[in-house]
Design a protein around this ligand. Structure first.
Ligand code: NDP
Length: 257
């Protein structure tokens, strides 16, 4: 973000602060007092921060999670750029309107992606998750609050991706910090015409991305989503478009890839 500010000739700073959960309220009061223009939030603050904001964008309200704050005058507005970042990545390989999409996971990333895809016309979204409660809640949200059809399948053993699914997304943390962690899908259900995407970006060449590519599937890693959500945050705060290549290169340098 700082390299993108510099490349755009903006004298802005982006500070990384580790805030313990019991200090979030103090941190948000401090952020108001210091006149910050914006902020990003990550685990474990994406839901908890909502009560410290003045309003939410419609998508953030639906997702029930905020990863980006934008100050407009004295009001702090919660946004969610995770889902939009993912959508932009996916849009480079297909238009998901009307498509049947399977999402593994029902946590923060899955909620953001599912809602964004539903708001952009996805036809049918199947949520596959280990915990029934979270998975069912996300499928219910999609059915009740968007025009997408949605259902829930409980993960048990190896999941077989439906033969008529066009896109399969791993939105769990499986693969984070472990390039060999296996996503529980049947490898022979990865058909060459299936678009496969992984949210995990560290390392980007996850077991799923490698296996899908070996099977001939177009495979998207989590780097595109990460860069795009930062690009969108930058646009929200500054009203300008950053050089996405500068951001991607800085990220690749940081991740040593
Ligand atoms: P959450 O903790 O909110 O959700 C985790 C999800 O993973 C849940 O659905 C959980 O299932 C599932 N899960 C975890 N371990 C297993 C397992 N062993 N078997 C089956 N399911 C499992 O995390 P987030 O949604 O916030 O983050 C998920 C991933 O997305 C992280 O790796 C994060 O880094 C990445 N991410 C990437 C972004 C990007 O820009 N590329 C942006 C945001 C997140 P259950 O409900 O049963 O516990």
């Amino acid at each position: 973000m700082e390299q993108a500010f510099a490349a755009a000739g903006l004298d802005w700073r982006y500070l990384t602060c580790e805030v313990p959960p019991d200090k979030l309220a103090d941190a948000m009061r401090g952020l108001r007092a210091l006149g910050f223009k914006g902020a990003n939030f990550t685990i474990p603050h994406k839901v908890a921060v909502i009560e410290h904001l003045d309003s939410l964008s419609p998508a953030a309200e639906l997702m029930g999670a905020v990863n980006c704050m934008n100050r407009v005058d004295s009001k702090l507005i919660g946004e969610n750029t995770d889902g939009k970042g993912f959508f932009q990545s996916l849009r480079e390989v297909c238009n998901p309107a009307g498509m049947k999409i399977e999402i593994l996971g029902a946590g923060g990333a899955a909620r953001a992606i599912a809602v964004e895809l539903a708001l952009n016309g996805a036809g049918q979204i199947t949520i596959v998750n280990r915990s029934a409660e979270r998975g069912q809640a996300l499928a219910d949200l999609l059915r009740q609050r968007t025009s997408a059809k949605a259902d829930f399948v409980q993960l048990s053993g190896e999941h077989r991706i439906a033969a008529d699914a066009a896109v399969f997304i791993n939105a769990t943390s499986i693969g984070l910090s472990d390039a060999n962690a296996r996503v529980p899908v049947a490898v022979d259900s990865l058909r060459p015409e299936l678009i496969v995407a992984d949210v995990v970006f560290n390392p980007p060449q996850t077991w799923l991305v490698r296996t899908a590519a070996d099977r001939g599937c177009p495979a998207l890693d989590g780097i595109g989503m990460l860069v795009n959500q930062a690009v969108i945050s930058f646009q929200i705060w500054t009203g300008q478009s950053p050089d996405a290549n500068v951001m991607r290169e800085a990220l690749e340098e940081f991740l040593e890839i």
